[in-house]
Design a protein around this ligand. Structure first.
Ligand SMILES: [Zn+2]
Length: 165
């Protein structure tokens, strides 16, 4: 009988610990990556530059030089330039989600490997054209592009994870 009680308590506390760990996941919500929460282009199919394409994130109407914040704590795993995102930065979060911030200014204030807290200032919104005259990604003007990849590497609608959605 005593053994049964021991087993019961072992299982009970194991369950509690597992529940606690899974509850720590940051996938439940993310913070807005900018104080400018108006969305100029949402997630999904859209017409851009005379063709229909899939927009894998959301665009915030954030002015040039405005601050970009980490949507959750994590580690900077990538930054650079791409033809679609312009200057961008990628943060990996504890639940294996990734967030990407695009059309940023040329001067990065973070380095690969940096740990960032939720709401930490990680970048600034960039201009339409970079100093070398190249378009700062697929953009018609300064704004913040924000993509979230889930643990399978698929993009999801960030709106579903943002606080106060
Ligand atoms: Zn975009």
């Amino acid at each position: 009988m005593q053994n049964l009680i021991k087993i019961f308590f072992f299982l009970f506390f194991s369950f509690l610990i597992i529940f606690q760990l899974s509850n720590n996941s940051t996938s439940e919500y993310f913070e807005y990556p900018t104080e400018y929460t108006d969305i100029s282009s949402s997630y999904g199919y859209r017409d851009i530059f005379d063709s229909t394409s899939f927009h894998n994130g959301i665009d915030f109407l954030a002015p040039q030089n405005s601050k970009v914040f980490a949507c959750a704590s994590g580690i900077v795993v990538n930054l650079g330039f791409s033809n679609s995102f312009g200057n961008y930065i990628v943060i990996k979060h504890s639940n294996n989600y990734y967030s990407l911030y695009g059309h940023l200014s040329e001067t990065f204030i973070m380095n690969i490997g940096d740990y960032v807290n939720a709401k930490e200032h990680i970048a600034n919104v960039g201009p339409k054209y970079l100093s070398n005259g190249i378009l700062n990604g697929l953009t018609t003007g300064p704004h913040l592009h924000f993509t979230i990849y889930n643990e399978d590497g698929n993009t999801i609608n960030p709106k579903d994870l943002l606080e106060n959605k």
